[in-house]
Unconditional design. Structure first.
Length: 114
């Protein structure tokens, strides 16, 4: 059974930081391109960042210089370090894995508010 389980969401103040984690099971993790998406209320789901099997990173313009995606193939995990958070970063964040198949996590809420 394939599972992508996110953790690390919560409430942060503007300018603060959070670190999201996604633990994968049931897949050959090292063969997957991993990504983080987010969906704010009333908006479409959008790509935040992805990381290829070899570690090449790609970021949406709205998080460049603030967020960092990383992966640990030995731990079958992908991370999203979020710094300099803004209220507009408030959303449900989803872990995504793509190889021959596509899998989604259940999402974790991130709220940025003073």
């Amino acid at each position: 059974q394939v599972q992508l389980v996110e953790s690390g969401g919560g409430l942060a103040q503007p300018g603060g930081s959070l670190r999201l984690s996604c633990a994968a099971s049931g897949i050959i993790f090292s063969t997957y391109v991993m990504a983080w998406y987010r969906q704010a209320p009333g908006k479409q789901r959008e790509l935040v960042a992805n990381i290829t099997k070899s570690g090449w990173r790609n970021y949406a313009d709205f998080v460049k210089g603030r967020f960092t995606i990383s992966r640990d193939n030995a731990k079958k995990a992908v991370y999203l370090q979020m710094d300099s958070l803004k209220p507009e970063d408030t959303a449900v964040y989803y872990c995504h894995g793509r190889s021959f198949n596509v899998y989604w996590g259940q999402g974790t809420q991130v709220t940025v508010s003073s």
